[in-house]
Design a protein around this ligand. Sequence first.
Ligand SMILES: *C/C=C(C)/C=C/C=C(C)/C=C/C1=C(C)CCCC1(C)C
Length: 241
Amino acid sequence: MLNFIFDAASVAPGDFTGFTFFIGSVSMLAATVWFLMQHGQVDKKFKDSMLVAALITGIAAVHYFYMREQWVLTGESPTELRYIDWILTVPLMVVEFALLTGVGMRKLFWASVVMLVAGYFGESGVTGMLDAQIWGLISGGAYFYMAYEVGCLTIFGGPTGAVGTALNSASGKIPSAGRMLQWYVLVGWAIYPLGYLMGTDAGMWYEGMSNIALDMNVVYNVGDAINKIGFGMAVWSAARS
Ligand SMILES: *C/C=C(C)/C=C/C=C(C)/C=C/C1=C(C)CCCC1(C)C
């Protein structure tokens, strides 16, 4: 049953990108075990949050084992696997926000779908209609809307949507976790458009971004570690205090 872990092709020496896929797969698995174990230790109102954190890293772990496999065997970006992972885990992060704030998240859910579908179209080139830059702008618009809705702009005294209002008021279940969540969306999530720019820079004025020895996949893998494991740890530490 676990042959996707043990039969996986190994990473060649010097393949830094492959190495980050490997580290990603193992640390996602370890984080999942950790969150599941901590599930029994935290206060009742945090139990669902811990379970969702474990689900997020668990789903990612499976995808990372397959992504590593594809990278090692073909040397190509595992774009489909990557976006399947995201389309499952990002809405789960939205569920996590809902658990922390007690506010319904329908708008955030749909915005995340737009953000990821547009990103996939741009990165895969399957549509052939618009180029990566236009899809990137559409995706970025949905991201910006989410950041506004969650209240990221209030960090700078800016406006916010319903979710941000709930997060910033004491009515949220966990007010201090609210601020943390806003920083994750504002800074942690901003890693991804950087990776996207590096992966789709061919022929653009910013071509050469990808020459700084950082592959798009490395940037995405670091982003995932911060936003899936790091965010889960932050929820856990809020639950412990
Ligand atoms: C666990 C995975 C997470 C939290 C993935 C988040 C992904 C994003 C915030 C992606 C955003 C993108 C843009 C804002 C524009 C370019 C295309 C994307 C999809 C990379």
